[in-house]
Write a new protein. Sequence first.
Length: 95
Amino acid sequence: MKVIFDGDELAARAGERLLDVARRNGLPLEGTCNGDLACATCHVIVDADWFAKLPAAREEEEDMLDLVADARRTSRLACQIVLTPEFDKLSVSLP
């Protein structure tokens, strides 16, 4: 399967977090807390067509996104997006 970051297609595996795909490909997503929902350094903007297809963000993720200065309606944390085959060609961008 593939995910699309800022127009570039990247290989991904089902069950993998979007953050791990970004790291493996050298994208500038820190993920400082490694997915423990203690930061928002893996903030991404999900393409509007894909946003509603993702599971809803948990309250803890929403709390972290409240701290992001450039958050948008379709903002998510890449550490909280676990890829499934339904998300093939998921499109996101870096803020």
